[in-house]
Write a protein that binds this ligand. Sequence first.
Ligand SMILES: [Zn+2]
Length: 187
Amino acid sequence: MAALFRDLRVSEQVLWRARLQRLIRRCAKEGLWTKEIREQPAGSEIGVWALDKPLLGLRAAHLIREAAIEQVTLHALQARGAGWSWDEIGAAMGLPTGGGDPREDTAYEWIVEGRDPDRASREKVGFPQTRWRCGCCEREIEDAGPFGSSPVCHEYGHADDCARWDESVREWGAARHRQFSGRGDQR
Ligand SMILES: [Zn+2]
C-alpha cells in the first residue's frame, strides 16, 4: 500500500512535489492576485517558476495545507462510512504496523485528534535549525529561530557587508530599546 511521503521513491517525491507546486502557484495567482515569474537560481542554467511575492506563495501553501488536512478527515470519514476500518485507513496513510501503539489507534489519533505520529520523535531532536539563501548577500544562512534573541544569536552565515543583515540587527536593537523604554514609561 501507499507509504508516507518520505518513504516514496525519490522520483515519485519529485513528481508529487511538482504537481503541488503547480497547484500552489495556480491558487496564489487565482486567489491572491500574485504573478508567476521565471527565476534563474545562482549557478544554474535552468530557470524555475516562482511567484513574484514569496509571502503570498507561503499564504497559498499554508491555506492549501489547512484545506488538505480537512480533506484527509473528510475522505477518512467517507472511507469509514463505506466500511473500511481505522487500521485500513492507517495502512492507506502509510502508517507501519508493529510500532508502539496499534495502527488503528495511531490513525484515529492522527486524523481525529490531530496528533501527528512523527511529532514525538521530532521533539526529541535537540536544537532544530533551518536554512535559506539570503537574497542580499546570496550566502546560505543557518536559522535557529527568533525566540526573543538578536539575529546575531540565531542567524549564521551572512557576508560581513550584507546590508540586510545590518538592517535586521539594527531593527532588533531598536525594537528592544522601544520595548524597554515603553515599560519604563508605564511605571
Ligand atoms: Zn545576507
